[in-house]
Write a protein that binds this ligand. Structure first.
Ligand code: ASP
Length: 453
């Protein structure tokens, strides 16, 4: 059987009704055999995610404060979802006791303790959801990441799957061929047996790892939106939904602004070229957005327009800069020494700019960067600028296509937007413009009109 791995995000598992909807979704395709669940997220009338409550509980516990209110809040949340679904009280309570064990675990290693408690949201949800599926007459079982072989690095709060993870998890195929597997997202177990979570939103990564291990025909990622749109719906009115795009295009779009999948979730899937389909749990009529390894002939040349603010630039002028050996290396090592990463580095004959995400800067960094550049590189001039937005025109169709840059530049200039920087990587998948942050909305709308209307 060719399995579909389905991951359901926080809002899809937030209430009794949404869980019933998932059971219905599973009925629609019998090969939806591997279900990854997040912890219950926000819902109507519920403003806190279970994961956030658990994080608060660990913070309190680590500060030797009483975390019982948070733990009770989490338990009540699960009771409120699963008891009305018909699960027996004692079955629910037996699973919920797990939270007491977690919060009472040793606290000598803060990261280990935190991950153990926080992972409880997904783990308990997977166990209870499997019980619910059984209760509805389906053949289903909870599988623990430990038993399955979801082995991760001991980098608590930011664990990574080990290289040979697909092999470790291969045993899941047999279980999936017999019944529906319910697997908790967001965490794995280290070789030493400690629970370690991925970074936030990491259930996407769990789904992707399982899709690779099961050689799935498709990885369905179910959320509460119809799919990916060609521009941010908060910036452009009613942007078109993207029917299909490539992994690379998604990476470029999510680099600035597009919040699609957890960044690391594409890697395992890419290795086996498994399609990802983003679907809306609450709108089954919409086919969603398909993410593939290769471009479809039906795709537009430009797939989407992404944008994001919060960047700054340092621009250096130095006469005969091009003849000075090691100039850029020394410039970048200044940033490296200050533990800063850079985004772009456009250059001219006698000038170079480095564009950084300004959120990573500590207050003292700006002066330090300028001082160190002055001393090390002796530029004729150096200028720092803040409040820059980046706007990207993304599409694999840009490859070898003539005129997209001139079309984009004309659209921006007609809208009265000044281009401060323009960068097209040699992959020719995206064209990035640096503009004044106050022009961001205007620029995105102008580019959207140009390529999508
Ligand atoms: N529950 C975790 C979070 O809120 C992981 C996830 O939902 O993907 O980040």
């Amino acid at each position: 059987m060719e399995f579909i791995v389905c991951k359901f995000g926080g809002t899809s598992v937030a209430t009794k009704e949404t869980l019933q909807q998932i059971a219905h979704i599973l009925d629609l395709k019998p090969n939806r055999r591997c279900v990854v669940v997040s912890a219950p997220g926000k819902a109507k009338g519920v403003s806190v995610k279970v994961t956030d409550l658990l994080i608060k509980a660990t913070q309190k516990a680590l500060a030797n404060q009483d975390a019982s209110a948070e733990i009770s809040g989490v338990k009540d949340r699960f009771r409120g979802i699963y008891e009305p679904l018909g699960l027996k009280k004692d079955v629910v309570e037996a699973v919920l006791e797990d939270f007491d064990a977690r919060i009472s675990a040793p606290r000598d290693h803060a990261g280990k303790f935190r991950d153990l408690v926080v992972a409880g949201g997904e783990d308990v949800n997977a166990r209870l959801f499997a019980e619910f599926l059984k209760h509805t007459g389906k053949k289903a079982t909870y599988v623990s990441p430990k038993d399955a072989g979801m082995i991760v690095t001991p980098t608590f709060g930011d664990a990574q799957p080990i290289d040979e993870i697909a092999l470790k998890l291969a045993g899941l195929k047999k279980i999936c061929s017999q019944q529906i597997v319910v697997f908790p997202g967001f965490f794995g177990v280290t070789r030493e047996g400690d629970v370690a979570t991925f970074s936030r939103g990491g259930s996407d990564l769990t789904g992707s790892i399982l899709a690779e291990a099961l050689d799935a025909v498709e990885y369905e990622n179910w959320t509460d939106v119809d799919g990916i749109f060609s521009a941010n719906p908060n910036t452009v009115e009613n942007p078109l939904q993207i029917p299909a795009l490539t992994y690379k295009e998604m990476r470029e779009l999510s680099y600035i602004g597009f919040n699609v999948l957890h960044e690391e979730a594409v890697r395992p899937i890419m290795r086996k070229k498994i399609p990802i389909r983003l679907r809306n749990t609450f709108n089954l009529d919409n086919p969603g957005t398909l993410i593939l390894s290769e471009r479809l002939p039906s795709q537009r040349d430009v797939t989407g327009i992404a944008s994001g603010g919060g960047y700054c630039s340092f621009t250096l002028q130095k006469f005969l800069m091009n003849r000075e050996k090691g100039f850029v290396r020394r410039l970048l090592s200044i940033l490296e020494d200050l533990n800063l990463s850079y985004e772009h580095c456009p250059s001219g004959v006698d000038n170079i700019s480095i564009i950084l995400d300004q959120n990573q800067l500590k207050p003292e960094d700006v002066n330090n960067i300028i001082r160190l550049i002055d001393v090390t590189l002796k530029p004729d001039d150096i200028k720092a600028e803040f409040g820059i937005a980046l706007v990207a025109v993304v599409g694999e169709g840009l490859l070898h296509k003539i005129g997209v840059l001139s079309q984009s530049a004309a659209a921006l200039s007609n809208a009265g937007v000044n281009i401060k920087m323009c960068n097209q990587g040699s992959s020719e998948i995206s064209m990035i413009f640096g503009i004044d942050a106050s022009d961001e909305t205007k620029a995105v709308n102008a580019l959207y009109q140009e390529f999508f209307k």
